[in-house]
Design a protein around this ligand. Structure first.
Ligand SMILES: Nc1ncnc2c1ncn2[C@@H]1O[C@H](COP(=O)(O)OP(=O)(O)OP(=O)(O)O)[C@@H](O)[C@H]1O
Ligand SMILES: [Mg+2]
Length: 392
């Protein structure tokens, strides 16, 4: 702060000030059409006023004194750029930066950190946490304006490509939805007519002919299942999402009880930790657990003393939920493949399935901003870990 004050005083009417006047003209000209909005958070009043004064020549500036006010302002009306002192009251600059990056409305906004020389390490840490640039006090007004300009230009590019990507994704989703939808009608015809053929003309066919027809029907039914699974997958991406407190313990116990009631002859030892609570969309988290527990149930079916466990662990300061079993397992070498649609590591003759479950799980996790990973070994069971991202 002392350093900043010194700089603040020194620069009044100095050569620096004059340079700025020259820059000012071009800055003002460039932005005459639309003035980008900058949110400035700095606890030191002199510094704040000085930086605000510099920026106001070109930008709409909202200046606040502490982290809490900055967060509220950014969330209420996301600015085009945030200039943030690393040391802030209420919520320090780095914590604020993380919150801005976690919230959907503010995650793409460029952030420039300001720090005193003594705080340079924190500013560097800020780059890791997603800041776009940083300046060490004392900095020249010219340097600040150049950084602001380049960050805004970059952000514009970033937004344009993000918009394009969103648009392309939407089109792709709509396309796969309509393709799968349209595939159903001819498939129903194939299935219906082969059934009619079998019923009405079956007696005129020999055994071989009937077997072929049965295989046609089995094929169409399998394809119908694939199409339904694809449609289900695209629904996961399209459905609106709301975050709530989700009781993972109760949900897991319910799903396991349902699985057990469908196969009462199976003996599976299940253990679900008490008090598991997630922050997510209840419907999507149910789909996720349905799939993970369904897999654990299925891939332990050849294990005489089957065991399934659900618990949580702290990983990098975040709750990771853990679903593990002692079933067939798989080779971790292929772990990255599992989450793509229709990828399976076990033969359908051994364990039935389409290979859409984990792709669905991955989408649910992505929508929550979380992460999923696995640990497994062939014949030694599989463990899936997942987080549900930061609450927004
Ligand atoms: N708990 C598990 N133990 C062993 N292998 C697993 C486990 N979970 C997933 N896998 C492997 O990952 C593959 C993909 O899983 P996924 O849930 O996507 O498909 P599936 O269960 O085969 O079919 P579906 O879920 O569509 O009915 C599985 O086929 C299996 O090879
Ligand atoms: Mg599955």
């Amino acid at each position: 702060v002392e350093e900043a004050l010194r700089w603040s005083k020194d620069s009044d009417g100095s050569a620096e000030g004059r340079n700025l006047d020259l820059d000012e003209a071009s800055d003002a000209e460039a932005s005459a059409a639309a003035r980008p909005r900058v949110l400035l958070a700095d606890g030191n009043a002199d510094m704040r006023d000085y930086v605000a004064r510099l920026l106001r020549r070109t930008y709409e500036v909202q200046a606040v004194a502490d982290g809490e006010a900055a967060l509220q302002a950014a969330l209420a009306d996301p600015p085009d750029l945030v200039v943030l002192d690393v040391v802030l009251r209420g919520r320090d600059g780095l914590a604020l930066l993380k919150e801005l990056r976690a919230a959907e409305a503010t995650c793409l906004i460029p952030v420039i950190l300001l720090s005193a020389r003594a705080g340079e390490d924190a500013a560097l840490e800020g780059l890791d946490a997603g800041a776009d640039d940083y300046l060490v006090k004392p900095f020249s007004g010219k340097a600040l304006l150049a950084r602001v300009r380049s960050c805004l230009a970059l952000a514009k590019l970033r937004k344009e490509s993000a918009d394009k990507l969103t648009e392309a994704n939407k089109e792709l989703e709509a396309f796969s939805y309509s393709v799968s939808h349209d595939l159903r009608a001819p498939l129903r015809a194939i299935d219906g007519f082969s059934k009619a053929l079998l019923n009405d003309y079956g007696s005129r066919l020999d055994d071989q002919g009937r077997r072929y027809l049965e295989r046609v029907r089995a094929g169409t039914q399998r394809m119908a299942q694939l199409i339904d699974d694809l449609l289900g997958l695209s629904r996961i991406t399209r459905a609106p999402m709301t975050r709530d407190r989700v009781d993972v313990t109760t949900l897991s116990r319910k799903i396991l009880a349902e699985l057990a009631s469908r196969e009462p002859e199976r003996r599976v030892e299940t253990s679900v930790a008490d008090g598991l609570v997630g922050d997510g969309d209840a419907r999507l988290v149910t789909v996720l657990l349905d799939n993970l527990l369904g897999n654990a149930w299925k891939f332990t079916s050849k294990q005489p003393a089957a065991r399934i466990e659900v618990k949580s662990e702290l990983r990098d300061g975040q709750t990771a939920f853990v679903v593990s079993d002692n079933g067939a397992g798989f080779d971790l070498k292929y772990a990255d493949k599992l989450f793509a649609p229709f990828q399976r590591l076990h033969a359908a003759t051994e364990f039935q399935g389409t290979g859409i479950g984990l792709a669905t799980v991955q989408r649910v996790i992505t929508r929550h901003g979380g992460r999923i990973w696995a640990d497994a070994a062939p014949n030694h069971g599989a463990t899936f870990f997942f987080t549900l991202g930061e609450p927004t």
